[in-house]
Design a protein around this ligand. Structure first.
Ligand code: SF4
Ligand code: SF4
Length: 66
């Protein structure tokens, strides 16, 4: 779907709460040891900002967001 739009996690801000991974229903993330991994960026829905809205530390930005 959207290879031009996908989340980027700033691992210096991420507290690995997994809220983003639990929230996203498109399988974009897999859980990781220090932060979720953006393992399937092509599954991300263009202009969806759902995961950044629920991130408690504002660690998520988007490739393709200008
Ligand atoms: S922007 Fe939407 S579709 Fe993309 S990873 Fe976040 S919640 Fe999932
Ligand atoms: S919601 Fe934010 S702080 Fe929590 S795991 Fe995702 S990027 Fe990290």
């Amino acid at each position: 779907m959207a290879a031009t739009w996908y989340p980027i996690i700033d691992e210096s801000k991420c507290v690995n709460c997994n809220a983003c991974a639990d929230f996203c229903t498109h399988g974009v993330y897999t859980k990781g040891d220090s932060a979720p991994k953006v393992s399937s960026p092509d599954n991300c829905v263009e202009f969806c900002r759902g995961c950044s809205k629920i991130c408690p530390t504002e660690a998520i930005s988007y490739f393709g967001d200008h």
